[in-house]
Design a protein around this ligand. Structure first.
Ligand SMILES: N[C@@H](CCC[C@H](N)C(=O)O)C(=O)O
Length: 261
């Protein structure tokens, strides 16, 4: 049996998109199949899978990490998903996309896609460690969990082949860890180790968590725009007066075809 798929990325955080409008093509997408699809040697390759399902009169983004685990939300993924819905399903902008972290509103202006990522939750101080380094970190939820650590040098995070050590009581289901340095006023750069995917070239929810942590540390007025550089590009994030986080960045669809996986 062959299934249609597309391949896309946002700032090089890459995804396999699986159209499944009536939810019957992929049924209960197993973790094993997600791992096979995301395998960079034997599969299509990706940091995760975006399954597109029609639900309650709209579209639901069923997001899975490369290891097959489920996450509540994916910020780069939701922009790619919006571009897919616009170009292949005829959905106009602005559009609403259902996720496990609630409904997100997506808009586009040329090549810039903006997601209203909703309200962040700032949940206090924690800590993260890699071999030879421990940092205090801010626990921020963007619907999914993040630990944001400001570091002296992004290289201090090391190879990030393993997940950074974190407080299991704070993050019983694991955590996405962002390492951040300052590049200028309202300008930061980050690396990320994603729960379920390892180190990736970008993380949209991570960039939002980082901008929130930076704005708090800076005492910046709400509405201040932050530039967040990631290894795969740049995202722009604003925490607004009405407590919403707006994230703008690119969304690319680069291939489509049929897969037997
Ligand atoms: N890359 C994503 C986040 C994907 C989910 C994350 N790994 C988790 O398990 O929460 C993004 O762009 O936000």
């Amino acid at each position: 049996m062959s299934y249609p798929f597309l391949k896309g990325h946002g700032t090089e955080n890459d995804f396999v998109v699986l159209p499944d409008p009536d939810g019957t093509v992929h049924g209960d997408l197993s973790a094993e199949r997600v791992r096979a699809l995301c395998d960079r040697r034997a599969g299509i390759g990706g940091d995760g899978v975006l399954r597109a399902v029609r639900r309650d009169g709209g579209w639901f983004m069923d997001y899975r990490n490369a290891d097959g685990s489920v996450s509540e939300m994916c910020g780069n993924g939701v922009r790619v998903f919006a571009r897919y819905l616009h170009e292949r399903q005829g959905e106009p902008f602005p559009m609403e996309i259902r996720t496990r972290a609630g409904v997100k509103v997506l808009d586009a202006a040329g090549e810039a896609y903006t997601a209203d990522m909703g309200e962040p939750e700032v949940l206090g101080e924690t800590s993260v460690s890699v071999p030879n380094h421990t940092w205090s970190a801010l626990h921020v939820s963007m619907g999914n969990p993040h630990a944001v650590a400001f570091v002296d040098d992004l290289a201090d995070a090391g190879l990030l082949l393993d997940a950074p050590t974190h407080d299991e009581a704070v993050y019983p289901d694991g955590v996405n860890v962002e390492f951040v340095v300052r590049r200028g006023e309202h300008h930061v750069a980050m690396r990320v180790h994603e729960r379920g995917s390892g180190e990736t070239r970008s993380c949209g929810t991570g960039a939002c968590a980082v901008a929130v942590a930076a704005a708090l540390a800076d005492g910046a007025a709400r509405g201040t725009a932050y530039r967040v550089d990631v290894p795969g590009g740049t995202l722009h994030v604003t925490w607004t007066d009405d407590d919403r986080v707006l994230m703008t960045g690119p969304a690319e669809l680069v291939a489509e075809g049929l897969t037997d996986l």
